[in-house]
Design a protein around this ligand. Structure first.
Ligand code: SAH
Ligand code: SF4
Ligand code: F3S
Length: 436
C-alpha cells in the first residue's frame, strides 16, 4: 500500500478558525489524509486565514511566498487557502498566486474532499458560497482520537452587528444559529468520547437563538449531559447579555465563572462612531449585574486604540473604564483600516500616537492580569487536567477562571478534575497542590 497522503494545516485568527481547522482535518482524514508535522512533510498544505487586521491577512501572502520554494521542489504539493481571507478575496487569490490549488470559504468547507480530489487531478477550484445546506450535517463524526478533555463546539456563526471597523459581517455572513437538537447531539457524542468541558463558539455567541432556545436555555440543556462537567462560551456582545444568561451565571454550577465581554473603548463618542450601540455607563452597569449574580467571575475584553477620531480624552476614558472594571486578561489592538468597512476612509490617528496609546493600555492591562493571577495564591480552585506538564509527574490544565495551572500529581490522567490550592503565580501559569 502506498504511504498515506499527508495534510498540514496552519491556523490563524480566532477560536472559530481553530474549530474549523479541526473539522477540515477530519473531513480530509476521511479522504485518506493523515496529519503531517510540518509543511515540508505534507502532500497538501491548507492555510486557514484571518482577515481581521491588515497584518493578519498579509500573513497569507508571506506564507505563500515561502511555500513557492517548497512547491518548486515538490511539484505534487497541493496548496489550499481557507478561512476569512479566502472568503473576502476568493478567486483573486488564484490570480495573484498561481501556486494555489483551491480556495474555500468558512461556510463551504464540507466540500473540501471533492475539491481536494479535483486538485489531485490537476483542477483548481474556488468555493466561497454560503450554501443552503448546513456544512455540519455533511462533516464526518468527530473521531475520539482527535479530541481532548476540553473541546470547542460552534453553535452560532456570522454577525449582524456591523461595527464600523470590522470585516466579520462580510467574511462570515449574517448571524445563523445551529439547531439546538444538533448541538445537543454533538455534545452527547463528545461526552461519550471523554470530553469534559465544552466551549460554545460563535462570533456573537450570546445572540444564539436556535429552535427558539436562548443561549442560557441551551447551556442549561447541555448541563444535563452527565459527562459534561464544564461549560464556557465566547465571544459575547454586551447588547446580547440577556437576563436569563446573567441568571445562569449565578445558579448553573457547570457554567464557569469566566466571561469575555469585549467593549472596545470607554469613550461614548468613540463607541458611537464604532456603531457599538451602547455607552460606557451601560457596559459598567451590565458588569455590576453580572458580578451581583456571580461575584468571583473573571472578566476579559478586547480593546481597539487609535480608532479614527479618538482623542486623548477618549483614550483617557478607556483607561478609566479599565480601572473601573478590573480585568483578568484582555486583548488589545491598534486600529487597522479594513477595505469595505465604514471606518476605512475616515482620517486616521497618527501612527506614533496610536502606538503610544497601545503601550500605555497594555501596561495597565498587564498589571491587572498580574494582580488577578496573584490574587489566586492561597485560594482553592478546580482544575481540569488536559495534558502532562513539563516536569515528571506534573499535570497541566485550566482552572475554573481559565488560568493555566500545573500541579504535581503523578497518578492523575488527562480528563480528571482536581481540587487544588494555588501556591504560586507566574506570568504564564499558576502552580498548585492537590487537596482533593
Ligand atoms: N465578535 C467578537 C470579536 C471579533 S474580532 C466581538 O464582537 O467581540 C476580535 C477583536 O478584534 C475585536 O473584538 C476587536 O477588538 C478586534 N478588531 C476587529 N476589527 C479590528 C480592526 N479593524 N482593527 C483592529 N482591531 C480589530
Ligand atoms: Fe465584528 Fe462587531 Fe460583529 Fe464583533 S460584534 S464580529 S466586532 S461586527
Ligand atoms: Fe479572523 Fe475570521 Fe475569526 S477574520 S478573527 S478568522 S472570524
Amino acid at each position: 500500500m502506498a504511504d498515506a497522503k499527508k495534510l498540514f494545516i496552519k491556523t490563524y485568527g480566532c477560536q472559530m478558525n481553530v474549530y474549523d481547522s479541526e473539522r477540515m482535518a477530519e473531513a480530509l482524514g476521511a479522504e485518506g489524509y493523515a496529519p503531517a508535522a510540518s509543511a515540508d512533510e505534507a502532500d497538501m498544505v491548507l492555510l486557514n486565514t484571518c482577515h481581521i487586521r491588515e497584518k493578519a491577512s498579509e500573513k497569507l501572502y508571506s506564507d505563500l511566498g515561502r511555500l513557492k520554494a517548497l512547491k518548486a521542489e515538490k511539484p505534487g504539493l497541493k496548496i489550499g487557502v481557507a478561512g476569512c481571507v479566502a472568503q473576502a478575496e476568493g478567486a483573486e487569490i488564484l490570480r495573484r498566486m498561481p501556486l494555489v490549488d483551491l480556495v474555500v470559504g468558512p461556510q463551504s468547507y464540507h466540500r473540501l474532499p471533492a475539491m481536494a480530489r479535483a486538485a489531485e487531478a490537476g483542477t483548481k477550484s474556488v468555493d466561497t458560497d454560503f450554501p443552503a445546506e448546513d456544512k455540519f450535517d455533511h462533516l464526518p463524526d468527530r473521531p475520539a482520537a482527535n479530541l481532548r478533555p476540553s473541546a470547542f463546539l460552534t453553535v452560532q456563526e456570522g454577525c449582524d452587528k456591523f461595527c464600523a471597523f470590522c470585516v466579520v459581517p462580510y467574511t462570515r455572513g449574517a448571524e445563523v444559529s445551529r439547531p439546538a437538537t444538533r448541538i445537543l447531539d454533538e455534545a452527547r457524542r463528545l461526552a461519550d468520547k471523554g470530553v469534559r468541558e465544552i466551549t460554545l463558539l460563535g462570533q456573537n455567541v450570546n445572540a444564539y437563538h436556535g429552535e427558539g432556545l436562548t443561549l442560557a436555555r441551551l447551556i442549561r440543556e447541555l448541563a444535563r449531559i452527565e459527562g459534561i462537567a464544564r461549560i464556557r462560551y465566547t465571544t459575547s456582545h454586551p447588547n446580547d447579555m440577556a437576563d436569563d444568561l446573567i441568571a445562569a451565571h449565578g445558579d448553573e454550577p457547570k457554567l464557569m465563572p469566566y466571561l469575555h465581554l469585549p467593549v472596545q473603548s470607554g469613550s461614548d463618542r468613540v463607541l458611537k462612531a464604532m456603531n457599538r450601540k451602547h455607552t460606557a455607563e451601560a457596559y459598567l452597569r451590565l458588569i455590576e449585574r453580572i458580578r451581583a449574580a456571580r461575584p468571583d467571575i473573571l472578566l476579559t475584553s478586547d480593546f481597539i486604540v487609535g480608532f479614527p477620531g479618538e482623542t486623548d480624552a477618549d483614550f483617557a476614558a478607556t483607561l478609566d473604564l479599565i480601572r473601573a472594571v478590573g480585568y483578568g486578561a484582555a486583548f488589545s489592538f491598534k486600529y487597522s483600516a479594513r477595505p469595505g468597512t465604514p471606518a476605512a476612509d475616515r482620517a486616521p490617528v497618527p501612527d506614533a500616537v496610536a502606538d503610544a496609546r497601545l503601550q500605555e493600555l497594555q501596561a495597565l492591562l498587564t498589571a491587572q492580569q498580574r494582580a488577578a493571577q496573584q490574587a489566586m495564591v492561597g485560594r482553592e480552585t478546580t482544575v481540569l487536567y488536559e495534558k502532562p506538564g513539563r516536569l515528571p509527574g506534573q499535570m497541566g490544565g485550566k482552572s475554573d477562571h481559565l488560568f493555566a495551572v500545573h500541579v504535581h500529581d503523578p497518578d492523575a490522567r488527562p480528563g480528571d478534575l482536581a481540587r487544588v490550592r494555588v501556591t504560586e503565580a507566574s506570568p504564564n501559569s499558576l502552580g498548585a497542590v492537590r487537596v482533593a
